[in-house]
Design a protein around this ligand. Structure first.
Ligand SMILES: [Zn+2]
Ligand SMILES: [Zn+2]
Length: 387
């Protein structure tokens, strides 16, 4: 099962869908037209069931195999949302909405999964059930979480889930994957330090918040160096130190610190958050000041299951002849919520020598389509082989 001939035939049609979506980008949960487009296509393929409004604007469809002796159900997931970026590609099918752009290739992901759904509806050459999942709000809104919270996994008895992202810099249609932690948890924090402002020449009458906040910045570096096991990964970066007053002769009443924490393990994440709060609060207290910590968790660590990763790599090798070891990615990925709910795997497919995702000149390469669609179809046909 290398590239399926059917996908070579379907490629121009799928590319047309992709270009339509590229022209009409929508942000976060506001994917109304995109969801309607997906729904209309799925209907025309003759899928067995379509549900809309899952996780607000998500779409789920069911495609039954010729038989269902396996009793198995596998979910394939694509993301539909675009980014608030002003497109600079100059393409004839560039975004019609200035300030909105498919700069992460979700137009490609959605079209490829539609292509796979069309093929699987035509052939049904598997023993079990395929559920195709189109989610909104991957870029920061947590649409995947909303779909899981809506009971999607239970409602369709999904046993395993698979996801894919295009990857600029890797050869078109080549695959890479890694088992275990793959994408990082990316949290952010703010620390409001309040002391007692006053005249800079009378520090004994003040509680100097710049000194207190400086001690906090230094203390936070002990999380990585003294609290977390040296063989684990953690980053604690204070990226902003903002005093209330910019004057030379005023001790400011307030200081705001901002930063980010990146981790690849839930326990390390818990530890980093707990230590950050404790260090900030008690350091401030020691100086007679007060620190209020606002710690916001982003997407959790995205963890690929061992067995499903091995299987996904085999399917990729069947399609492209090879599957490379992917590096750790310190960015976040909303598919983490689905992989927390069910075993599965997330794979990267090469997008060639293009601008990086989230760049105003990025574009999804339509030549990826046959490989991407073949991988989706291969997951279903190989995991639930026809009797
Ligand atoms: Zn993105
Ligand atoms: Zn993306």
């Amino acid at each position: 099962m290398p590239i399926k001939n059917r996908f070579a035939e379907l490629q121009p049609e799928i590319a047309e869908w992709r270009r339509h979506l590229h022209e009409n980008p929508e942000l976060l949960f506001d994917t109304h037209e995109t969801s309607a487009f997906v729904e209309e296509k799925l209907k025309s393929f003759g899928v067995d069931e379509i549900a809309t409004g899952i996780g607000r604007t998500g779409v789920v469809a069911v495609i039954k195999g010729k038989t269902n002796n396996s009793g198995r159900t596998i979910g394939l997931r694509a993301d539909m949302d675009a980014l608030p970026i002003l497109e600079a590609t100059g393409l004839d099918y560039a975004s019609k909405t200035p300030g909105k752009m498919h700069a992460c290739g979700h137009d490609g992901h959605t079209s490829m999964l539609l292509g796979a759904a069309k093929y699987l509806s035509e052939t049904r050459n598997f023993d079990g059930t395929c559920v195709v999942i189109f989610q909104p709000a991957e870029e920061g809104g947590g649409g995947g979480k909303e779909m899981v919270d809506d009971g999607m996994m239970e409602r369709w008895n999904i046993d395993e889930v698979y996801g894919m992202h295009n990857w600029p810099g890797a050869p078109v249609g080549s695959f890479s994957i890694r088992p275990g932690a793959f994408f990082a948890a990316a949290d952010q924090f703010e620390i409001d330090v309040e002391g007692k402002g006053g005249h800079a020449a009378k520090p004994h009458d003040c509680i100097d918040t710049t000194l207190v906040a400086s001690h906090i910045v230094v203390a936070l570096q002990s999380i990585a160096s003294r609290n977390v096991n040296p063989v684990e990964q953690v980053v604690v970066s204070v990226t902003s130190f903002e005093t209330e007053s910019k004057a030379h002769n005023v001790i400011p009443q307030k200081v705001k610190l901002r930063g980010t924490v990146r981790t690849l393990d839930d326990d390390v994440q818990d530890l980093a958050e707990a230590r950050l709060k404790k260090l900030a609060e008690t350091t401030a207290e020691a100086f007679g000041a007060k620190a209020v910590v606002n710690y916001e968790r982003g997407y959790p660590v995205m963890v690929n299951s061992e067995e499903q990763t091995e299987f996904a790599a085999k399917v990729a090798i069947n399609v492209s002849g090879d599957c490379a070891d992917a590096p750790l990615v310190m960015g976040g990925e909303d598919f983490a919520f689905m992989l927390n709910a069910r075993p599965g795997a997330y794979i990267l497919v090469g997008n060639g020598d293009t601008a990086m995702v989230h760049h105003p000149e990025y574009n999804f390469d339509d030549e990826v389509i046959p490989a991407g669609c073949s991988w989706w179809a291969g997951i279903i046909e190989s995991r639930m082989p026809a009797a």
